[in-house]
Design a protein around this ligand. Structure first.
Ligand SMILES: [Zn+2]
Length: 374
């Protein structure tokens, strides 16, 4: 099994988060079975009712130890404005281009390549490869896996988890969480000259003023800072949409979206409640649709110390973005480490350096050697 070739195949499947991923997961089921994994498909319906599949491949059946999970996602962010076909892998200048090459089909392919190197009899603790859906839009796939997997019910959760998000192969022990909500105002469209409309944007304005106060508190009051992170404060990022309503129409709908990244030790609920209370006081509709906690594994934990021995680093890092670890770290000791750079993730003409494939596989292989073989 060659990670580079497998990545090229995976890029050929359009797996932008809202689409059904059944086809690529059928292919990956066959792939995992072909390397002698026991495979479980964990299905669920996403919030839009679309059928999604997660996969768990398991090797090392002759042991009752809890073992190690290599954890990745197959969905990607959308691909708009590319200079090439985002769903056709292209190799040039020592890079592989294609949506998901870096975040994180390349990493998933490295995990499968590593799993293909081992026979059941060589593993003293089980090795899992877990591939989820909907990581990019709210960790729904990971949540379905921890709630519904029969394999994990039977054997227990793995002791250790390696979330292979692009960290340029640095060991990451903590990241910020992800809270997202929308606040919606309804009005009535009319020609603005008639005086008969009801402008939804006007209803949002007093709420927005209060959200700006929260933004200023969270980003300027150092009692909310956490020096473990760069930047040391959260975002409270406010976006507004009225669907580009024309200037001579009273806007019938105005939606504010806020993205908040709580850090370990923060009381996220305080800020969520304050926003909800403000929305309700102004008779707006509040909808919290992502509430993912931050992740922090102790730097002294065995998985972090193992990661440091493998990378040769002396101290682990933090990152400001969130991953499926928000779900998995509640059930296993988790490190975030994987090939590729976050600077190329989610970009137009996304790529991964070709040397990251053997390096990523080598790092994952060393986790298996230390935690499943040794
Ligand atoms: Zn990712």
């Amino acid at each position: 099994m060659d990670a580079k070739e497998l990545t090229q195949t995976l890029i050929g499947y359009n797996t932008v988060s809202p689409r059904s991923n059944v086809e690529v997961m059928e292919f990956l089921t066959e792939t995992l079975e072909s390397i002698d994994c026991e495979v479980e498909q964990v299905e669920y319906r996403d919030p839009a009712g679309v059928l999604k599949v997660n996969l768990i491949g398991r090797k090392g059946r002759n042991t009752d130890k809890r073992g190690l999970a290599l954890l990745g996602h197959i969905d990607t962010v959308p691909a708009i404005g590319w200079s090439m076909n985002p769903f056709e892998a292209r190799i040039a200048d020592g890079k592989m281009y294609g949506r998901g090459s870096c975040d994180m089909k390349g990493s998933v392919a490295c995990m499968i390549e590593v799993a293909s190197r081992y026979a059941d009899s060589e593993l003293n603790a089980p090795l899992y490869v877990v591939i989820t859906a909907d990581e990019e839009v709210g960790y729904f796939g990971a949540s379905a896996v921890v709630e519904k997997s029969q394999m994990f019910k039977k054997h227990g959760f793995p002791q250790y988890g390696v979330v292979g998000e692009p960290t340029e192969l640095h060991a990451v022990y903590a990241h910020k969480g992800a809270v997202r909500f929308t606040v919606t105002a309804h009005g009535r469209a009319a020609h603005s000259s008639t005086g008969e409309g009801d402008n939804a944007n006007l209803k949002l304005i007093p709420f927005l003023a209060e959200m700006r106060e929260i933004y200023q508190e969270l980003t300027s009051d150092t009692q909310y800072y956490n020096a473990e992170f760069t930047p040391p404060f959260t975002d409270w990022n406010i976006t507004i949409s009225d669907g580009e309503c024309a200037a001579n129409i009273t806007s019938p709908l105005s939606v504010c979206s806020i993205n908040y990244r709580p850090m370990p030790g923060d009381d996220a609920q305080v800020w969520i409640d304050r926003a909800r209370e403000s929305a309700e006081r102004h008779e707006l509709i509040f909808d919290l649709y992502i509430n993912a906690p931050p992740v922090r594994t102790s730097p002294d934990a065995e998985i972090i110390q193992t990661a440091l021995k493998i990378t040769g680093e002396t101290t682990p890092q933090t990152v400001a973005y969130s991953t499926d670890a928000t779900v998995f770290a509640q059930h296993m000791e988790t490190v975030i480490i994987g090939p590729g750079s976050i600077r190329q993730a989610h970009t137009v003409d996304e790529w991964m350096a070709l040397d990251q494939f053997p390096q990523g596989a080598s790092i994952f292989n060393q986790f298996v050697e230390r935690l499943c073989v040794g």
